[in-house]
Write a protein that binds this ligand. Sequence first.
Ligand code: FES
Ligand code: FES
Length: 160
Amino acid sequence: MTIAFILNGEDVVIRTEADTRLLDILRETFSLRGTKCGCLTGSCGVCSVIFNGKVSPACLIPAFQIRGSEIITIEGFSQTNEYPDIIGGFTQAGVETCGYCDGGKILATEALLERNLQPSREDILGAFNGIRCRCTEPAILVEGVLAAIDIRRRRLYGRA
Ligand code: FES
Ligand code: FES
């Protein structure tokens, strides 16, 4: 089947089987290897992308569902003005970025900040429900997100 969608802000068209995973399309057709391949069952979050505004595991999205959708991968997000806010916060708090789940953690943070710049600790931990990070303690992750929020607010409003 032929499928048109928006990938990292660009209109793209591909030919693929209806049940091909979005994960494989990103990695194989577009060479976007920042979307990692892990459990393939939707439980580790290393394949996360922003799919129509929501953080979603690309391993669970079949090709037929992406027609007309808007998808942002970590490669696309890393080109935005928002990306340095999150990297700055993570660095400040000592959040690990070993290369495996980074994309998932960063996109989950952005999805949270897009809707809530005053999250509680529970809101923050809830935003990472679908991400299994072996390297960072939850408390450090919370600190990283709060630091990213401070940076975002200063950039947007001139104060934390
Ligand atoms: S590879 Fe998709 S959630 Fe683990
Ligand atoms: S930073 Fe290593 S698995 Fe998350």
